[in-house]
Design a protein around this ligand. Sequence first.
Ligand code: NAD
Ligand code: 89V
Length: 347
Amino acid sequence: MADDLQGGLIGCGYFARNHLNGWREVEGAGIVSLCDQDQEALGQAASDFGIPEQYTDPQAMLESEDLDFVDVVTQAPSHRFLVELVAASGAHVICQKPFAPTLDDARSMVVACNRAGVKLMVHENFRWQRPMRELYEVVSSGAIGEPFFARVEFRSAWDVYANQPYLATDERFIVYDLGIHLLDLARFFLGEVEQLYARSQRVNPDIRAEDVATIVMDVAGGKTCVVEASYASKLEHEVFPQTLIKIEGERGAAVLGRDYALSVTNEAGTETRAVPPHTFDWSESPGQAIQDGVVSIQRHWVECLRTDAEPETSGSDNLRTLELVFGTYRSAEERSVYRTERSLGSW
Ligand code: NAD
Ligand code: 89V
């Protein structure tokens, strides 16, 4: 299509393959140029995805190409520099999670994009998995009444270090890398958090940081949410990368269980149906749900650019998720209750 949005992508490492496969599924947009400071990663992605325009310098890409948007798929320490560079070029920008290593960096990116008049979306894709959307529909339909409790659980012993070795060596691990998705899901399903209390553990002696976290949260409206994240759980059923969720409401309960079984219980009884992720010819087991979320959030982005709408997980929205991540670390370290800026009246 002649009027397709033209995208550039920075960071051609492990996860970018899902983005690039995902962009091929999205109508109305395409990636026309790639950038990576590592020539080998750049060349591999360019040849695998048939994208001829290649740059090792992001500034050179932004100066040479006429891009509508740029997809930043690097690790968090580089996000602020890259997002602000893209914003200054006038292109809209998508930034992978974790949005930033500090809230100051995150706020700075939001301000820079606002000033430049460009959209900023954090690629927070778990809420875009089909099972999550189906569960959201059930809850919003009123079938279980007003929710008062949720448990968001991700417990696994999957070897995530094989594809993402930095997870074993970074100074923060499960809350920053995975808990961030679960905290975003908690906000998606229940609402904004007032305060939280967290515990974290490092069970695997071969990694640097925490691989287990348990977070209890007070959510606005008197709701309670428990978030559990573990990469140390050797269980009967290895369900990676499924997030299991239970939401209880005044009329009943909705449970997203193993193998994407969604059960809804209310005065009419219990109905269970399968809500598996959408799959594509490039989907790989067991990551289908994550790949499904990637395609859907990228479709959402194109829709937002076309209709001038705010992305669900805009930069400013994601500040609230990121605050919960840092609040969790503080709570676990100090064994104290963390009260959010919202509850203190700061926003
Ligand atoms: P990676 O290290 O494999 O790839 C990052 C690439 O970015 C590397 O090739 C590196 O050379 C390049 N790069 C870094 N700084 C650059 C710069 N200034 N200019 C140009 N290129 C630069 O990392 P990854 O595992 O692909 O993870 C990338 C991001 O994706 C991380 O933030 C990670 O948390 C996130 N991630 C998200 C999901 C998900 O959304 N479900 C899953 C996995 C990873
Ligand atoms: O989805 C992610 O962010 C991945 C993983 C599932 C391994 O935590 O990093």
